[in-house]
Design a protein around this ligand. Structure first.
Ligand code: HEC
Length: 478
């Protein structure tokens, strides 16, 4: 039996040349001091493999049609065996991939590994980063719920404001003039065919380049990269002190990659995939929800840009970031690699982290976004258990007012806080506002019956500052 297996392997290997292909890659020499800093690239690959496996599994049950997508996902989440876990793996796998790409980029940048002769390693890496972001953006729509659909509508609206090519961009994103089945089919094709194919191709090139140029050694201050002599020096050092990648270097990749896998699995099991909210409803026009966390900062940036310059900023920022990233290794491919001799590189990484972090926090708190799942108002705040004020409070939530307005800290922050609106506006002004709407407030004239309007108005009129002295806020002491 053993002889048969070994014999068959020899036969196959001779005809296919497997070990001739893999062997040298496993045995290629890596710097002896390439330690834990070097694990992020392989961890990104691990996360990508998780995405391929779970993505294919999801595709077995998912239907990319606008009438079925939401239901098939409900089925996957609630009924299919391991379906919830699978969706979780795909979500946290995506998160891990974004984080690992970021860490890998920061590390290669800090270590100056993008310098000669590894310029194209960096360039292909930048393209892989862009592909990863497109995957995140297109994947979110496949959830085909309210949040997903509106994130894309917001993106298309924003793209539409780009000067000159805005209309074209918006139509390209939506696959037409409004979001619908065509948008979903388009995003599905990009998400499961085009981008994965590009990512496979570029990971292949990226890895080939890693083998071709070898892994950059941890930088040492004073050891400069001089293109004329670098290769010979690197060869020589590898022959003196290099170690074969397998097993000396590979075990760290293996340990860290397994760790990433375990964390993804634990989060998927205990936290689970993002909740599906309501199916998309094209008639709810006044929403702009937030995207998944790894795109939240970009969303915050777009929301915070002043509207007058928005179109230009929107098109120029990614173009400039892309050009800077692609040009960095070409303009600056020699000299010191050590971060201690390139303090600005540390500053760039820190600044990027701070900038993305604060945008992220702004996005997470995004006061400009409605709250899609407001808590009902407690009885103590409503102050009535029957009658028009009570019914009005119920309608205030059911008609979506609470999604945008705060009452004593309950609700959303898209519109003004209405906690004390009864002190501020007269009955007629309240009615006018509800019927006619305003900037970012829909007009409710057609969707409320007269008695409903009266009840909501009664509720809002009852929103007054308490008059009993013990309820009043403490006076400032002079
Ligand atoms: C999509 C978010 C949104 C929804 C839904 C919404 N509002 Fe508003 N509302 C706003 C915004 C934004 C303003 C400020 C409009 C302006 O100043 O032109 C506003 C203003 C108001 C005002 C005037 C407040 C003031 O201080 O001047 C009242 C009253 C009001 N809304 C009541 C309601 C009621 C009642 C409903 C439900 C029937 C409702 N809103 C639903 C966003 C919303």
């Amino acid at each position: 039996m053993k002889r048969l297996i070994i014999g068959s392997w020899r036969w196959l290997d001779d005809r296919l040349g497997i070990s001739a292909l893999i062997g040298p890659s496993l045995k290629h020499l890596v710097p002896h001091d390439a330690r834990w800093w070097y694990v992020f690239g392989s961890a990104t690959l691990v996360a990508f493999i998780v995405q391929v496996v779970t993505g294919v599994a999801l595709a077995f049950s998912y239907a990319s049609s606008s009438s079925q997508a939401y239901e098939t996902l409900q089925f996957i989440t609630n009924e299919a065996p391991f379906g919830r876990f699978l969706r979780g793996m795909h979500y946290f796998g995506a998160s891990a991939m974004v984080l690992m790409v970021g860490a890998h980029m920061a590390q290669t940048f800090l270590f100056g590994s993008y310098k000669y002769p590894r310029e194209m390693n960096w360039t292909t890496g930048v393209l892989l980063l862009a592909f990863t972001i497109v995957m995140g953006f297109t994947g979110q729509l496949l959830r085909w719920d309210q949040t997903a659909a509106w994130s894309v509508v917001v993106a298309a609206e924003q793209a539409g404001r780009v000067p000159f090519i805005g209309d074209f961009l918006a139509q390209f994103i939506l696959g037409g003039t409004t979001i619908g089945g065509a948008t979903l089919s388009r995003f599905f094709a990009i998400h499961v065919f085009i981008m994965p194919a590009l990512i496979f191709l570029f990971i292949g090139i990226h890895l080939m380049l890693v083998l071709r140029h070898g892994i950059a050694e941890p930088p040492v201050a004073g050891m400069v990269v001089e293109p004329a002599t670098y290769r010979a020096e690197y060869e020589e050092r590898m022959h003196k002190t290099g170690r074969p990648f397998y097993p000396e270097g590979a075990w760290r990749d293996f340990v860290f990659g397994t760790g990433v896998l375990v964390v993804i699995a634990l989060l998927s099991y205990f936290v689970g995939p993002p909740k599906l909210d309501a199916p998309p409803d094209p008639s709810v026009l006044n929403a702009d929800p937030r995207p998944d966390w790894y795109l939240l900062w970009a969303f915050a940036l777009l929301a915070l840009i002043p509207p007058e310059v928005e179109g230009y900023v929107m098109i120029l920022t990614p173009v400039i970031i892309g050009i800077v990233l692609l040009a960095a290794p070409i303009l600056n491919n020699r000299g010191e690699r050590a971060p201690s001799r390139r303090p600005w590189s540390i500053a760039v990484v820190l600044l990027s982290v701070i900038l993305i972090g604060s945008l992220w926090i702004a996005g997470a708190n995004s006061p400009w976004s409605p709250n899609f799942d407001p808590q009902p108002l407690p009885e103590k705040i409503v102050g009535a258990t029957s009658g028009p004020v009570f019914t009005g409070a119920k309608l205030f939530r059911d008609k979506g007012c609470l999604n945008c307005h705060l009452i004593h800290g309950y609700g959303g922050r898209r519109g003004p806080d209405l906690t004390y609106i009864g002190d501020q506006l007269a009955e007629s002004d309240i009615v006018i506002r509800i019927v006619n709407g305003g900037v970012n407030m829909p007009a409710f004239g057609n969707s409320l019956k007269p008695d409903e309007l009266a009840q909501i108005t009664a509720f809002l009129q009852s929103r007054k500052r308490p008059i009993r002295p013990q309820d009043q806020p403490p006076m400032a002491q002079n």
